[in-house]
Write a protein that binds this ligand. Structure first.
Ligand code: ME8
Length: 640
């Protein structure tokens, strides 16, 4: 296939502050579908996503959770990646802003802008919104609250570094004017121009001293780099951009980005601050920023605190990966917000995936088996219905191409669904079951089924970027290898291999009331929690001396069946310890084990035998007990 050139696509990097909801997840599914579609067309695609891990909010959340910020983001990033992987997204790099290569370049970028005089030191006083990590002036506040999120703001004053946005305003305006496709959809562009550029850009505060969790400014380490400067840089650092010009191969090949896919709330950062950073660094600007709309639950904003959040992994449990991908991609309009509820997902699966797509494939494969033992031959004749179907099929390829060029993903899926509807109509028009009654119609029946299988093949190839697993299932059922884009250049490339004998339905029809009952039972299930003891401080814990001990000898207690008596070497000492483990261990099984011993327990005498410590064991609900052991560490080593 002809190489169409390179295509670099990115998503926003998700805040590593909590589990991503279906709205956040929609963005990566959409990016994945665009990336797969471009690959299908023959582009050399690089797709990057990842996590935004610094900032005050994350520092505070980590503190509340009693872990270090790095421990906190490690857990969050793993969860975010798990959800992205579950949704079958095939990114080339999952960048984390705590990655060393990224942090190094962020430091260098900040220093370069400072050395150039584009960043300068001054003092800042303003209204600060902690969740948004943004300063606001009096006039920017809305009813005294943060204009972005509507939450409380507080007064803060700090010595800060500032970025001279104003210096590049004119250059940016010219770029936006001469590149009408740069900010999409059009409505978002107008918002940026009218609300921010026309009034004039203010210099941006780009460092913080009120918290520590960020990339330090290397020449003034009490400051950390503003999280947006850090986060936006990921799009170039992830490719191996180097401030000193020693760029990696990926950067040389893929930059500038063809598409930054982001949500409507962060268009300002991507179309004003980011291009100005690039202008200041003398780096070419990205070709397009697309601010997609938001997904709502019913009519409300998705919010964990409101308790209305829907998560991709829960949906997948009930409907499978591809049905969820289909729903979010099909349902999200181009510019207006879209909506999701569990009931709507069920309705859409029934109306489109079960009744139209699944039913078409199932009926066609079943008829091919029934009337031809699963094996057709290439047809020799046609009728007007056939021409119409063929034309419709070929047109669908073009329509999808046009729509995808404009990133109208939902419309593209609708066109593919229209093709399946057209095929179903063709079944009604040709009535294969009637043709089958007369042997004289055998050739005609072969043609009809061939055209249907070919229509299905076209639909499956076209839908493969959006529903990759389903497309594979269809290819397997109709047994075709003609799955590349070139095979769609003309109607009639289906090879007539023997179709599968027993086609599995692609999508089961769902009984809404029944499924909703199960959904409620599942979602209302109280979260299981362990009972915890009172909190202790690290100092309290440090009072317990736990060391590794090697069991040298072990025998039964002379007077108690439940007890074993061990001689345990702990570094230079040997201690005698009595433990209630005879039910689980024979004495000889203990010999040689390196166990954990509490050394500073007051000695006690148990049925006449002194015990100078305690072996640590784990016991589960089923009554299994195991001594905790180590492998490599020498006896005497302390556990902390
Ligand atoms: O904004 N529907 O991260 P984030 C659709 N770290 N998209 C939604 C949405 C919804 N209901 N809610 C959020 C950040 N999003 C920054 C980005 S990029 C250098 C730094 C989108 O985890 C949101 O618009 O809050 C954004 O594009 C993405 O999810 C991640 O949001």
């Amino acid at each position: 296939m002809e190489n169409k050139g390179k295509y670099y696509i990115t998503t926003a990097i998700a805040y590593a502050s909590g589990k991503p909801h279906i709205g956040n997840t929609y963005e990566i599914i959409m990016a994945d579908s665009i990336a797969r579609y471009k690959k299908l067309l023959g582009y050399d695609v690089y797709f990057q996503t990842g996590t935004d891990e610094h900032g005050q909010k994350i520092e505070e959340k980590a503190k509340a959770a009693g872990v270090t910020p790095k421990e906190f983001v490690d857990i969050q990033a793993a969860e975010i990646k798990r959800i992205f992987d579950l949704m079958n997204t095939k990114y080339d790099r999952f960048i984390r802003t705590t990655d060393d290569d990224h942090e190094l370049q962020v430091k260098k970028i900040f220093r370069r802008l400072y050395d150039k005089g584009d960043i300068y030191k001054s003092e800042y006083e303003g209204w600060y919104c902690t969740p948004c990590e943004s300063f606001w002036t009096d006039s920017q506040l809305v009813d005294g609250k943060c204009p972005d999120c509507g939450r409380e703001v507080h007064r803060e004053k700090e010595e800060s570094y500032f970025f001279k946005l104003s210096k590049y305003q004119k250059q940016l305006e010219d770029y936006i004017e001469t590149h009408p496709e740069f900010i999409q959809p059009e409505s978002r562009k107008n918002e940026m121009v009218n609300n921010f550029l026309k009034p004039g850009l203010q210099d941006l505060c780009v460092s913080r001293t009120s918290f520590k969790w960020g990339v330090p400014v290397d020449f003034d380490p009490k400051h950390v780099v503003y999280v947006w400067i850090d986060a936006l840089s990921n799009y170039i650092t992830g490719l191996g951009y180097d401030v000193d010009g020693n760029h990696g191969e990926l950067y040389k090949k893929y930059w500038p980005a063809d598409l930054h896919l982001i949500g409507k709330d962060i268009v300002r950062f991507h179309t004003l601050y980011w291009p100005i950073m690039l202008l200041a660094l003398d780096v070419p600007l990205p070709k397009q920023v697309f601010g997609h709309p938001w997904m709502l639950v019913g009519e409300d904003k998705i919010s964990k605190s409101r308790g209305n959040a829907i998560y991709a992994d829960d949906l997948v449990k009930f409907f499978g990966v591809d049905a969820v991908r289909y729903y979010v991609l099909h349902e999200m309009p181009f510019a207006q917000d879209g909506t999701i509820t569990w009931e709507l997902v069920i309705e859409r699966i029934n109306s489109d995936l079960a009744n139209v797509f699944g039913n078409l494939v199932n009926r066609t494969v079943a008829m091919t088996n029934k009337y031809f033992g699963g094996q057709l031959h290439k047809p020799t004749e046609g009728t007007e219905f056939d021409d119409d179907l063929k034309q419709f099929t070929l047109n669908t390829v073009k329509t999808v191409e046009d729509k995808m060029d404009q990133l109208r993903v939902g419309d593209s899926l609708e066109s593919i669904m229209e093709l399946f509807r057209r095929c179903n109509k063709y079944i009604d028009e040709t009535a294969p079951w009637t043709l089958a009654k007369d042997e004289a119609n055998k050739e005609r029946l072969n043609t009809v089924l061939y055209n249907l299988l070919e229509g299905i093949r076209f639909g499956a190839v076209l839908i493969s970027p959006f529903m990759p697993e389903t497309a594979e299932k269809v290819f397997a059922q109709i047994n075709t290898k003609a799955t590349d884009y070139d095979s769609l250049s003309s109607f009639g490339n289906y090879e007539c291999n023997k179709v599968t004998e027993k086609p599995e339905p692609l999508f089961a029809r769902l009984d809404s009331a029944k499924v909703m009952e199960e959904v409620h039972a599942y979602l209302d299930k109280p979260e299981e929690k362990l009972e915890h003891k009172d909190e202790i401080s690290i100092d309290d814990f440090a009072r317990t001396e736990i060391r590794i001990g090697k069991v040298l000898e072990c025998e039964k207690h002379p007077k108690a069946d439940k007890l074993l008596v061990s001689q345990i070497k702990i570094g230079p000492e040997v201690r005698q310890i009595v433990s209630g483990i005879a039910k689980w261990y024979k004495p000889e099984e203990m010999v040689g084990k390196k166990v954990l011993v509490v050394c500073n327990l007051k000695p006690v005498t148990l049925r006449g035998v002194e015990s100078q410590g305690m072996i640590l064991c784990a016991e589960d609900e089923n009554g299994n007990l195991e001594a905790v052991t180590v492998d490599k560490v020498e006896d005497g080593a302390e556990v902390h």
